[in-house]
Design a protein around this ligand. Structure first.
Ligand code: HEC
Ligand code: HEC
Length: 333
């Protein structure tokens, strides 16, 4: 009993849910990696972050908001484009990833080039192919808006608009994007059942995929080479760009598979539009490749039925409560 009380006390000290505006660690999930200590989640900060996320004023010509590339109904990914489109129709080099369960991520971007969520937004803000703006200008623009000044006061206790406050409010919005109410979750909680196809798909998944797309987050939060070859045009070698280590050639951040039904097109460059194409990718790997992850060398050959069953399982990761949660949508007031 004493021991139990101690464990409860330690976990309360380590993570105080009541300070964090409804942010909850779902049952059976690991502790998040985000440093809540330096940025407590509050309702006022969330509101500010949500306003900022949907505000095109964050871009140089006030045409592009975060939500232009990260759309809620598609898990905050962008399904119209293989690679992202920014201000003045400028084209980026990578596919906009889903924004889901980021509190559990230790690094960001397809190559992990950003190591803390609180600085992540600087990348799109300043990238000439995305929002093409700088933080100083955004601070100036927002500082002229009485609506924002009130929101900053509510969130931080003073009217001061600063770059750090903008970034931390955006983090809070991102942190709140928790998806944990799919059919898969209900099955794990004993509240629902897989049909025969889904159950067989789950078996194949655990056998071949879960080493990297690890439950319950469906990512191992690592960089892996899954056999995606370099695109002749973008020549994107992924993680190697950050570490300059040849062994990291064509390694990319393992993406979550939650809501995968809607986050197409797939892979860092959006090369596959359909889940069936991804299945074909994993069935035709070059197992002699020196850089292919060891974890894929024992990958079974997938029959047509296996592929269909796997896709049926992947669709159980769709969480409509998350995709249509009005808390995360464009702030109308
Ligand atoms: C022009 C399209 C575009 C805009 C605008 C944009 N993003 Fe992104 N976002 C991307 C792309 C593309 C990536 C992947 C970049 C990479 O890997 O280098 C990304 C990556 C991210 C990631 C990392 C996700 C992960 O799992 O590692 C986060 C978080 C994010 N964006 C949040 C934001 C926020 C917040 C804003 C607004 C300040 C924003 N984005 C604006 C396209 C965009
Ligand atoms: C060695 C680790 C590893 C294994 C095993 C693995 N994957 Fe992946 N998976 C990745 C990586 C890394 C990516 C991203 C690659 C890229 O962007 O080029 C990815 C991407 C995906 C995507 C696209 C996600 C998106 O948002 O674009 C799907 C779908 C997927 N994998 C499904 C599967 C399935 C199904 C299996 C089992 C048959 C599997 N994966 C096995 C590492 C792995």
């Amino acid at each position: 009993m004493k021991y139990l009380a101690l464990v409860v006390l330690i976990s309360l000290v380590a993570f105080k849910p009541k300070d964090n505006f409804g942010f909850k660690v779902p049952n059976g999930w690991p502790q998040p990696k985000y440093t809540f200590k330096t940025n407590a989640i509050t309702e006022a900060k969330f509101k500010l972050g949500r306003q900022l996320f949907y505000d095109p004023a964050l871009s140089a010509d006030s045409t592009i908001s975060c939500a232009s590339c990260h759309l809620q109904a598609t898990g905050f990914a962008h399904t119209d484009h293989t690679v992202s489109h920014g201000i003045k129709g400028r084209i980026g080099t990578r596919n906009a990833p889903a924004l889901i369960n980021l509190a559990w991520s230790s690094s960001f971007m397809w190559d992990g080039g950003v190591n803390h969520l609180d600085v992540q937004a600087l990348a799109p803000l300043t990238s000439p192919d995305e929002m093409g703006e700088n933080l100083k200008n955004v601070v100036k623009k927002l500082g002229k808006s009485s609506k924002y000044i009130t929101m900053f006061k509510d969130a931080y206790g003073s009217k001061l608009v600063t770059g750090e406050r903008i970034l931390k409010a955006l983090s809070v919005f991102n942190i709140m994007l928790v998806s944990s109410n799919s059919k898969y979750d209900k099955v794990i909680q004993g509240k629902d059942h897989f049909n025969e196809q889904e159950a067989n798909g789950y078996k194949i998944f655990k056998h071949n995929c879960a080493v990297c797309h690890t439950e319950p987050l469906f990512t191992n939060d690592a960089f892996e080479n899954n056999g995606t070859t370099a695109d002749a045009y973008y020549k994107d070698y992924g993680r190697m760009k950050v570490t300059r280590n040849l062994r990291d050639s064509l390694k990319f951040k393992v993406p979550t598979l939650r809501n995968i039904e809607f986050t197409y097109p797939y892979m860092h460059d959006g090369r596959y539009k359909k889940l069936m194409a991804v299945m074909s990718h994993y069935s035709t790997l070059d197992k002699n490749s020196a850089i292919l992850s060891e974890k894929l060398k024992s990958m079974q050959i997938l029959s047509d039925k296996d592929k269909i069953d796997l896709i049926a399982f992947l669709k159980t990761l769709t969480d409509r409560e998350f995709l249509y949660n009005s808390q995360f949508s464009f702030p109308k007031e």
